[in-house]
Design a protein around this ligand. Structure first.
Ligand code: FAD
Length: 466
């Protein structure tokens, strides 16, 4: 816990209503992300409104060696924003201003606490698009998206946060400000330091502002929901659609079990297909409905006749499109409401997906019926979310240890296939012991050197990632 004299001083750095004490019931929400640990402990939550205030807070914490947890929308799935040891929470909820939109340069300058959805809305109103999109967009913040290098639903077309960030303002652990690149598209003057902070999970610096790249809005998109017999057929489908002229905007997959979990929690969400199968693909292409019918209907007919596709549904209006997207977007939330959940958010080279899925199903077979394996993900990027779903009456400790034993068999398989133990959720508190499956000893060593130089006191998000 942080000593009372430090708490008293930290409060004086902000206006009176810009903090929460731990005895305030509202503070509990700031101690944990979606991983919801069984016990949490915070000393104080601070809500700075300016970069200058963040500088003051960090300088003081550096001077007195006080642990700080940067906190965004707390939708993280790896425990990165969790506080277990009485840390100070630095929340960006009050740094939520849209600073500037440049419609010609197609850039958007925001404060770190702007939500992903807010950035999307502002861009849309200007006839442009902020392309990073994820089901947590209503709560996740740009600062959190940057710190986790969020990927999401449109990664296949536009990349993730690393591709979307042009410039950053970062406050280092000692209170120094780094203004990195502002809003230049091209700036070939040495090492581009902003990339150090993208995906660094709040251990190297605190992001206070960002300039984001916007893209042109597609004139129209067409959506398809396809029932597919297996992962091999999904890969054939991907290959067929990649040969077409219209860019793929999203290529998502979920299994029938994932759909059942959503339907159980949201009975109004139903699969609009006559032929249920084991796998489904949600495919969005950037093409107007007229040319879609002309060029894609014959392709679909062929895929159906060849058995690559078992059934297809093509929403004809935005309401139907929304209903179809809801099946995919509600999976994480429905899982959380259905029992104990343990996640492996992995990626493998796209060509290895079918082999990987087959072996995972074999490895996890023995867990049933108490623990079911629910699969979905951004399969066009080689990213599958493996979700172990345990009956809620199962002992929590037994559930976790069985999942851990099983993932200890899955990680070497990933290593063999050249995959990663985290495609997008990051390492946080949950996967530190397994980092070596995806990063070499030399890489981990250099990460530690970088951490040591930027945060010699080890006050930023201690215990996370490394
Ligand atoms: C329903 C659901 C769907 C999701 N879908 C996706 C998806 O498709 N793709 C994906 O990539 N992720 C997804 N996620 C995970 C999560 O939404 C992302 O990781 C998101 O980017 C986290 O943002 P946040 O603001 O909630 O960050 P938080 O959870 O608050 O924090 C995440 C990490 O960032 C650090 N941090 C936060 N703000 C700052 C800052 N200003 N400066 C420095 N460090 C900071 C924290 O310390 C922590 O380590 C999903 C989560 C949910 C619940």
């Amino acid at each position: 816990m942080i000593a009372p004299q430090h708490i008293a001083h930290l409060k004086t750095l902000l206006p009176a209503n810009r903090h929460l004490d731990p005895d305030n019931p509202q503070s509990a929400a700031y101690a944990a992300d979606w991983t919801k640990p069984t016990s949490t402990c915070i000393s104080l939550v601070l809500f700075p409104e300016t970069t200058a205030q963040v500088v003051q807070i960090m300088s003081y914490c550096h001077q007195h060696k006080l642990a700080v947890v940067p906190s965004g929308g707390r939708t993280g799935l790896s425990g990165g924003a969790n506080c277990l040891h009485g840390e100070l929470v630095l929340s960006f909820d009050k740094m939520n201003q849209i600073k500037h939109l440049d419609p010609i340069g197609m850039t958007l300058h925001v404060e770190a606490g702007v939500t992903t959805a807010q950035a999307q809305d502002v861009a849309r109103e200007a006839g442009l698009m902020f392309a990073v999109d994820l089901a947590a967009k209503g709560s996740s913040q740009i600062g959190g998206n940057i710190a986790t290098n969020a990927g999401g639903l449109r990664f296949i077309r536009h990349g993730g946060m690393r591709e979307a960030v042009l410039g950053l303002t970062v406050v280092l652990a000692n209170g120094e400000i780094l203004d990195l690149n502002s809003n230049l598209y091209k700036n070939n003057t040495g090492i581009d330091l902003k990339h150090l902070f993208i995906g660094s999970e709040g251990i190297l610096g605190v992001v206070t502002e960002a300039t984001l790249k916007l893209v042109q809005q597609p004139r129209e998109t067409s959506l398809l929901l396809l029932a597919i017999p297996d992962m091999n057929a999904i890969l054939q489908l991907l290959s067929e659609f990649r040969k077409q002229p219209a860019p793929i905007q999203a290529f998502e997959f979920f299994t029938h079990s994932a759909y059942e979990v959503v339907h159980q929690i949201h009975p109004n969400i139903a699969l609009p297909l006559d032929q249920p199968t084991s796998h489904y693909v949600l495919l969005e292409v950037e093409v107007e409905s007229e040319s879609f019918e002309k060029s894609y209907f014959p392709l679909l007919e062929r895929l159906l006749s060849e058995g690559i596709c078992a059934d297809a549904f093509i929403p004809t209006n935005t309401r139907e499109q929304g209903e179809v997207w809801a099946i995919r977007e509600r999976i994480t939330e429905s899982l959380a409401a259905s029992g104990h959940v343990h996640k492996n958010d992995i990626s493998v080279p796209v060509h290895a997906l079918a082999t990987f899925e087959l072996e995972v199903l074999q490895i996890t077979q023995h867990l049933q019926p108490e623990i079911r394996m629910i699969l979905f993900g951004h399969v066009g990027d080689g990213n599958i979310h493996l979700n172990y779903l345990g009956n809620s009456n199962m002992d929590r400790q037994k559930f976790t240890s069985q999942c851990k034993e099983t993932e200890a068999q899955i990680y070497p398989l990933l290593q063999k296939l050249g995959g990663s133990i985290s495609a997008e959720h990051g390492i946080g508190l949950l996967k530190q012991d397994d980092l070596h499956y995806s990063r070499s000893a030399a890489e981990i060593n250099w990460m530690k050197h970088i951490k040591q130089s930027l945060d010699p006191q080890g006050i930023l998000n201690p215990g996370k990632l490394l």
